[in-house]
Design a protein around this ligand. Sequence first.
Ligand SMILES: [Zn+2]
Length: 456
Amino acid sequence: MRRRALATLVVVALGACVPLGWRWWVLSQPLATSWMDPEPGPRPLPDVPRGPLTGLTVYLSAGHGLLLHRKDHDGDPIAWGTQRDRSHGMIEDEWTARFVREELAPELEAAGATVIALRERDTHPDAFVSDTLTGVVGSLGEVADPAAEGGSHLRLLPGGGASWQLPDVEPGHWYVYARWVEAPDQDRHAIYTVVMGDEVREVVVDQTVHGGVWFPLGDACLDRAEPIEVFLSGSGEGRLSADAVRVGGGTFHVVLPWNLETRSAPYSEVAMAHQLERLGGPAGIDEYDCGSAVSDMRLRAHWASSVWPPGEEAVYLSIHTNAGGGRGLTVFYGVDTQPPTQTRPESRRLAKLLEDAVVDAVRERDPEYRTMGTRPGDYSEISPIHDALPSALLEMGFHDDRVDAARLQTVAFRQDAARGIVDGLIAWRAGAPAGADLPLGPRGSVPPPDPWSRLE
Ligand SMILES: [Zn+2]
């Protein structure tokens, strides 16, 4: 009996491990000529798997999380805990993170999008960072830069290369990140080759943008303790920045100022306001000039807006569940009252297309799913004053409604809702007007994700 229970547990744990696959580029040449024995000189680009959302970056905010609560959001600290209470078996703070981690982000990535999650997706309490380089080819020397991990990074000639070794990690589902310092003379097709055990994948990134941010290279499931190596090379069209790589999510520690007790939690469980170290990006944006803290919600919009590079096609999506009497979906586009500011038309169109697509997708299996419509919302996260991106805030259902809370906690709902959000983004990118009949099955043309390439 006990053994059966254990087996069930293992199946559940493995079932939660969903490596993404899509963002990895397939190896285009024999391995021995590329990362294993780096030679100076440019590399041909790997083949590019494409999907209907290739080229779109989604800044994805899972609502709430453990927070050092402050008086009036930005005053003195007064409490530590989740931002919403347990209701009908769920806590919104945890639900949003799980939906983003297990269903929405993988679905977006399977459609080709780049997802920059504003709360850590790797649930491991451990994180390992390496900024020690080996096998450097074409060094231009170490350069001090506040955007670099540890305060400096190595610049490489076009076609140069370098590698990092991460420590063996225990079996499980791990995310790997890389960090560089951006510069206009750098390679728009820098190639990161990630080797985890006997598997290898390649990711191509633009090193003229997204500097100083921990940029996702992807995730993998390891079934035994394995070393992880990351190799940087490039197309040869520009210089390279070799800074640091990371595996794992890590743990946030806070000393409560009123009793000096320490609280600790995996970054995946805490609010974005405590994740600047895990996200990277501009320092100091969590405080106003007067020294007051920027609220969790407002900081999310400020951070995404500040790391959003000019010209990048992107949206900001905020995921929540609702309370206060009601049932069903509500999708908000941002307005503001201080000063009175109308929404951007792109955000309004985005919100309406997302509403229609989510309702369509969920009702295929759950015809009772309701919508309360698309509405203006005076929320900092999507405010046209605080958030520069086209944005929408989705309240997926009411966690204080018994029927909705039960629905939200089913895998079927979360999978269908995630597909719906992808459909809505596809329609938005295609320029569909708000309220347009969406084409049926736009995902039908999406090939399955590419598997890892196997090392022989
Ligand atoms: Zn909420």
